[in-house]
Write a protein that binds this ligand. Structure first.
Ligand code: AHM
Ligand code: MG
Length: 333
């Protein structure tokens, strides 16, 4: 009889056993994130059949049009976590303020920060989407204040993403390597399909919205032109691949190498992506896999966090490719 490949549940139980002091709360938290992923994947699969494509007519805290699926994905997190007793704070791209958890309800020590549906311009065209999450720990008494949720990326306990592509994958790190689990939709279980992922030190693919090139500083334009220039020795030109979904592009780089950029613009030096629930968690994953994540001038995980929805420029992927981007952006090349 062939042994059952490791499931997410078994993997979590095994990792928990390696930490004698563990209470099991983190294991439950990860299992519940897996459940949210299944709920969102299920909604995405049926979206075109049950009238949940398109926008709600509202705008979010960032002033962006809210897609019906953005709202549904956010609600999936709230339904699973609000009364779970596993978290003491929930922060989402879709909500200006953290969710108010009932004072007299049991809470856990974890704070969960998330982008429920990343790449939502892809919803109506059957393209890949993602969910990104960052897990922090609250050691104080009672519910944390908003200031306690705003932390540097180095303070994350765990982080990861779920990718809804041709299959659904949960990829995460708790600080001991990065593991990827593929959902078997027939059984409803995640199986360990990508153990201890290591990102190649250099790739041959870049992902960036080049429609914005005129808005970039000269150094960024020079860098992207460099990637496109032909040079057999260095393996250039790089291939361009941009999906409109950060999770999908980072996932490609994680497995095959290369880099993703959403760089600073001259009139928008803070970039587009959000630090706490997009850049920080993906930076932790990519660093744990041996890669690098930078603003272009400094390590993402060292960026001082000042507000919940703070934006940050992002260059992420293979170590050597990100270092090269920094050389251009710092004016060394
Ligand atoms: P979102 O969280 O509102 O979906 O925004 C983040 C997305 C990324 O997934 C993607 O890489 C980028 O924004 C696309 O932006 P643009 O359309 O400006 O290229
Ligand atoms: Mg996003």
């Amino acid at each position: 009889m062939k042994p059952l490949p490791s499931t997410l549940t078994r993997h979590i139980i095994r990792s928990q056993a390696a930490h004698p002091g563990a209470t099991g709360e983190f294991s439950l938290l990860m299992a519940q994130i897996g459940l949210v992923g299944k709920m969102i994947a299920n909604d995405l699969r049926r979206a075109g059949l049950v009238n949940i494509l398109g926008t709600t007519g509202g705008t979010n805290v960032q002033g962006e049009a809210v897609k019906k699926l953005d709202e549904i994905a956010n609600e999936s997190f709230l339904k699973v976590f609000q009364y779970s007793g596993l978290v003491c704070a929930l922060v989402s791209e879709e909500m200006e303020k953290p969710v108010h958890l009932p004072e007299n309800w049991p809470t856990g020590k974890y704070m969960l920060l998330f982008d429920p549906l990343d790449g939502s311009s892809n919803t109506d065209v059957n393209m890949p989407l993602g969910t990104i999450f960052s897990i922090l720990r609250h050691d104080g008494k009672g519910l944390p204040t908003e200031a306690e949720m705003i932390r540097k990326g180095t303070k994350q306990e765990a982080a990861g993403y779920i990718m809804y592509g041709s299959s659904t994958m949960l990829v995460f790190t708790a600080g001991h390597g990065v593991h990827g689990f593929t959902l078997d939709p027939e059984i409803g279980e995640y199986y360990l399909s990508h153990e201890n992922i290591q990102i190649p030190s250099r790739g041959r693919v870049y992902a960036v919205n080049e429609g914005n090139a005129k808005k970039w500083p000269e150094c960024t334009r020079k860098f992207v032109e460099y990637l496109k220039a032909s040079d057999k020795q260095t393996g250039r030109p790089y291939a361009g691949r941009y999906s409109g979904c950060l999770v999908a592009d980072v996932h490609r780089m994680l497995l095959g190498g290369g880099l993703y950029l959403y760089p600073a613009e001259v009139d928008k030096p803070e970039g587009k992506l959000r630090l706490l629930y997009e850049a920080n968690p993906l930076a932790m994953v990519v660093e744990q896999a041996g890669g690098k994540a930078s603003t272009g001038t400094m390590r993402i995980l060292d960026v001082e966090a000042k507000s919940l929805h703070q934006r940050v420029p992002l260059v992420i992927g293979s170590r050597d490719d990100v270092t090269l981007a920094e050389d251009f952006m710092l004016g060394v090349r």
